[in-house]
Design a protein around this ligand. Structure first.
Ligand SMILES: Cc1cc2nc3c(=O)[nH]c(=O)nc-3n(C[C@H](O)[C@H](O)[C@H](O)COP(=O)(O)O)c2cc1C
Length: 198
């Protein structure tokens, strides 16, 4: 069975990332239940990986890792068939934590589809997602159009800090998950052939 990893793209204390992830994971579970044969969804929190600032002496494209933290992270990404990036916007771009985690690896990302669910102030993380799409090109990650974008998320929190989506956001999430699930399955076979040509 294919696996889609949902990556929480922030690590700072008191971040919103996990609350957002909790909602997206519930949408993913609902999608998988309604669609037999759907890929499995797994949540990955960058904060649990304990990655320091990139400290591998050899570029990731050589895939010769020295550190255990890199080998652990490599396995997490290698085992994925597709990705759902949860993207906060930091200074009109990708968070340092997410970019750092991405830069640790190269081949593990390749020829896999990715979708984006973002959040932030007025732009809802859109600028960070656009930056991430450029990065995906270099990594041979196939970025999908369908996305979820949540502006000013703090207006949609319940008293416990849980995210309360509106109908449009739920619909956007299901449309995004449907595309991601389809392409994750469809790319699994061709990926092996493409990787051999690289
Ligand atoms: C360093 C930093 C820079 C930020 N810059 C922006 C920004 O350019 N645009 C925006 O919409 N929100 C910005 N924000 C607000 C974040 O989107 C908001 O704090 C969000 O909760 C960050 O995600 P996190 O809580 O998961 O870390 C910034 C936050 C931080 C910490």
């Amino acid at each position: 069975m294919s696996v889609i990893k949902i990556l929480i793209g922030s690590t700072r204390p008191h971040r919103f990332g996990p609350a957002f992830a909790s909602w997206i994971a519930s949408e993913a579970a609902a999608y998988a239940e309604a669609n037999p044969g759907s890929p499995r969804f797994e949540l990955v929190d960058l904060a649990d990986l304990g990655l320091p600032l990139l400290d591998e002496p050899i570029p990731a494209s050589m895939r010769k890792y020295e550190h255990e933290h890199t080998k652990r992270w490599s396995k997490v990404v290698d085992e994925a068939d597709g990705f759902l990036f949860l993207v906060p916007e930091y200074n009109h771009g990708v968070s340092g934590a997410l970019k750092n985690a991405i830069d640790y690896l190269f081949h593990e990302w390749g020829h896999k589809p990715a979708a984006f669910a973002s959040y932030g102030g007025g732009a809802g993380g859109a600028r960070a997602v656009e930056q991430l799409r450029e990065i995906c090109g270099e990594l041979k990650v196939y970025d999908l159009r369908e996305s979820v974008l949540v502006p000013n998320y703090w207006n949609q929190l319940d008293p416990n800090g849980a995210f309360v989506p509106d109908e449009g956001q739920k619909k956007a999430a299901q449309a995004m998950l449907a595309q991601l699930a389809y392409w994750t399955g469809a790319m699994k076979g061709p990926r092996e052939a493409l990787a051999k040509r690289a």
